[in-house]
Design a protein around this ligand. Sequence first.
Ligand code: ZN
Length: 338
Amino acid sequence: MHQKLQNIKNEALAQILSSEGREELDRLRTHYLGKKGVLNQIAGEFKKLDREQRVDIGRLFNDVKAAISDAFNSKNVGISGIPAGGPATSGSEIDVTLPGFPHPVGHLHPNTVVAREINAIFTGLGFSVADGPELETEEFNYTRLNLPPDHPARDLQDTLYVKEPEYLLRTHTSSVEARILAVHRPPYRFVFPGKAYRNENANASNTPMFTQYQGLAVGQGITLANLKHTLETFVTGFYGSSAKSRFRCKYYPEVEPGVGMDISCPFCNFKGCMVCKYRGWIEILGAGMIHPSMLEMVKLDPLKFTGFAWGMGLDRIAMTRYGINDIRALFNGNLAYI
Ligand SMILES: [Zn+2]
């Protein structure tokens, strides 16, 4: 019996080693380790042995069986790169017992993600992305935007002055618009996302620092129809082709005429919800045709050149995108719960 087991082991190891392909290996496995395989047949003969022999042979039998199993497993790794027989690997090319890939820690800020997405839409329409200083002069923040020192609209914006009255933290990114008008010659199209500051207490819908996304186009023959088409293209590009939009008359000092743009509530689609206050519409931006006096300020003839401009709150757009109901969450260190 001893010799018989040794012979089986030697023969099996040699055959396993020289086997080629999975099929042959499977056949050998059945031959040696199968229910009616060589080893089980030999185990059936154990009952003929007396007790002492049985213990001795049993030990050898286990060693032989383990050696043959190991040989099968290492040969299998050579064929498929995967150990065979494990509960996790049978019939699968993926070893689920391996440690997983670590998740990257951190992600882009929601405002950054949204700004990049919107940039992609507008650059596709021929717009360039511009930037401007956050520490602004009173001239570019107010005067050149049709807001002379005695204009009542100045009181609507609680300005954070760095050195009154000349230097301030820009209260809107329209200051970039004033700078573009002063420097560039039409035709041109720009968008400019950026931070703005106002002396306000933080609550769920306002923060002293917030983010805006504005844009303008100036040239000859630009009309309100161009404004409408551009902004409708943005809405369907960003919110999906089923998004509806509408324009309402609004007053803004730097445009004439001014319009407010509403979109169908992306949360309830006209059914009514808390976000749209059961109106079905939410206002997302203010826009209009650039005021003739602003064009005159930069020596452009308003009878020859026209343009449109718009501004929207990037924070609010990000909030609608991610279902955030408190603007302060955007400026917390921990965004993990979003
Ligand atoms: Zn709604």
